[in-house]
Design a binder for this molecule. Structure first.
Ligand code: ATP
Length: 234
């Protein structure tokens, strides 16, 4: 579904991604593991078209995304749940959700889609009329994920969904990720909580200094001596 070939990207004169090749197939849960500053968020931003690659290629179902705008990439079925949730705090939950379906195609069947998404996340339904800013961190993350699902994506990308949340809430957020997967949506996830993530990941890539240095199934990476030493402190 998604393929990155020898991707190079960065910010102005700074190259962050030196050489990133990875793929995500339909139905998979793929994770990118790496330390702070390794380039995980930058990879997701490049996929969304928020930064333009300076080398290599990104294709979605074989279509090169180089000339597409971020909304054009959403049209191909790729949506991101950004780090820090980025809801509009003074808008209601319903209004925030509606912003997830801003493309004309999604807008045409917005009520139908809203119903599907609320069936998937009943807790969000209970909060529809509240201001997003009045919700707890975990509830806001749930709304951010629901908003991502409003575009009816083929691939939903998560950037650190459990960041700053208490352990019990982290468990709930992972429960929601499971629900997204069960609904048939393919997932690419970047997450500090790598034990939990590798347990649910079909495959994972280890990113160091802007390069993919290792890839394997989630459970195999969890047992790998380098991963254990570098990322699990054992
Ligand atoms: P983290 O867990 O810290 O978010 P990450 O792997 O997601 O790590 P990135 O956010 O992709 O890392 O950052 C990779 C590098 O790019 C870092 O050195 C960072 O300082 C730099 N960087 C990130 N955003 C920008 C920006 N907007 N302008 C310039 N440099 C940036």
């Amino acid at each position: 579904m998604l393929r990155l070939e020898n991707l190079r990207a960065g910010y102005g004169p700074v190259t962050v991604l030196q050489d990133v090749s990875l793929e995500v197939n339909a139905g998979e849960v793929v994770t990118i593991v790496g330390g702070n500053g390794a380039g995980k968020t930058t990879t997701l931003r490049a996929i969304c078209g928020l930064i333009k690659p300076t080398g290599g290629r990104i294709t979605v179902d074989g279509k090169d995304t180089a000339r597409l705008s971020p909304p054009g990439i959403v049209d191909l079925g790729i949506t991101m749940v950004p780090e820090g949730r980025q809801l509009f705090p003074f808008m209601t939950v319903r209004e925030n959700l509606m912003l997830g379906a801003y493309k004309p195609a999604a807008r045409a069947r917005i009520e139908e889609r809203m119903e599907e998404v609320l069936t998937l996340f009943p807790r969000v339904r209970e909060r529809l009329t509240q201001l997003a800013g009045s919700l707890s961190g975990g509830e806001q993350q749930m709304v951010a994920i629901a908003r991502g699902m409003m575009a009816n994506p083929k691939l939903l990308m998560f950037d650190e969904p459990s960041l700053g949340l208490a352990p019990l809430i982290v468990k709930q957020v992972f429960g929601i990720v499971d629900r997204v997967v069960a609904s048939g949506t393919t997932v690419l996830i970047v997450e500090q909580n790598i034990v939990h993530t590798l347990q649910i990941a079909t495959r994972g890539y280890v990113l160091e200094n802007g390069k993919v240095v290792m890839s394997d199934t989630g459970p195999a990476l969890l047992k790998d001596p380098h991963v254990k030493r570098a990322y699990l402190g054992v």
